[in-house]
Design a protein around this ligand. Structure first.
Ligand SMILES: CC(C)(COP(=O)(O)OP(=O)(O)OC[C@H]1O[C@@H](n2cnc3c(N)ncnc32)[C@H](O)[C@@H]1O)[C@@H](O)C(=O)NCCC(=O)NCCS
Ligand SMILES: Nc1ncnc2c1ncn2[C@@H]1O[C@H](COP(=O)(O)OP(=O)(O)OP(=O)(O)O)[C@@H](O)[C@H]1O
Length: 203
């Protein structure tokens, strides 16, 4: 099987990666989301979950044995060493899941969506990088409207991610998602046609 051509889609928390991803999926692009892969590797019965419970204690498990994501989020974003421990356990496993899923792509190009594309080195799996970019105040505003998290916690997560400039330095393309959802959709359609042309497909 030939290796698919992969676009890396990244952006900080609440920048609009998932919203952009939905439009690419609707256009028929094969897509894997690193946040979803991060959930698969800690499903009950998988070894990573037992390692996490052993390391952090039973307070990170729900009564039904599933990972208590809110509890783990609290622990890792207030302690950099614990976050690094978790990342060193999960990132290699997430990388394997992503690789095997992307290898099945049959569309003219495939997409890897990841908040940590640059930070985790996952951009080495891709041929091109698209950054969804918004000013920090919009990231905060949209994430607070979406999640049950406090401003303080979202700021801690922002602090654990690459700075805006650093991410933009790796960008081949930038989607400025500071307007309304209709603009986001039209930008995804424009970029999709551009990628099809790059791949020599029918625009
Ligand atoms: C801590 C966890 C359990 C919290 O789960 P929760 O359901 O609340 O959030 P979710 O996984 O949907 O992530 C939401 C957003 O948080 C940010 N985020 C998640 N992990 C990290 C991290 N290690 N560093 C910086 N930001 C992160 C991203 O912007 C992500 O899109 C979870 O985020 C996790 O397992 N993180 C470690 C694995 C990881 O690094 N995942 C990122 C994709 S590679
Ligand atoms: N152009 C836009 N106008 C208004 N709201 C938007 C726009 N784009 C995204 N949003 C909203 O902002 C919130 C964050 O978007 P989304 O969940 O796609 O971000 P994300 O980058 O995937 O975040 P995370 O890193 O946390 O997974 C969502 O509630 C989404 O509906």
């Amino acid at each position: 099987m030939s290796t698919p051509w992969i676009l890396g889609l990244t952006g900080g928390i609440g920048s609009g990666k998932s919203a952009a991803a939905e439009h690419f999926i609707r256009l028929g692009v094969h897509l894997v989301d690193a946040d979803h892969a991060a959930r698969w590797v800690v499903e009950p019965g998988r070894p990573a979950l037992a390692r996490i419970a052993e390391h952090f204690g039973p307070q990170v498990l729900q009564p039904d044995g599933q990972l208590d994501r809110g509890a783990l989020r609290q622990l890792i974003f207030q302690d950099e060493q614990q976050r690094r421990w978790l990342e060193s356990l999960l990132h290699p496993l997430i990388g394997e899941e992503i690789r095997s899923y992307l290898a099945r792509a049959e569309s003219p190009y495939a997409i890897l969506v990841s908040p940590l594309l640059i930070e985790s080195g996952q951009h080495h799996m891709t041929q091109r990088v698209l950054v969804v970019d918004v000013p920090e105040h919009l990231q905060l505003q949209r994430t607070m409207a979406r999640d049950q998290a406090s401003e303080e916690q979202i700021k801690a997560i922002l602090g654990a991610q690459a700075k805006r400039d650093e991410r933009l330095r790796h960008a081949h393309d930038v989607l400025h998602n500071d307007r309304d959802p209709a603009w986001l959709r039209s930008e995804v359609e424009r970029l999709h046609h551009f990628y099809l042309t790059l791949r020599g497909g029918r625009p």
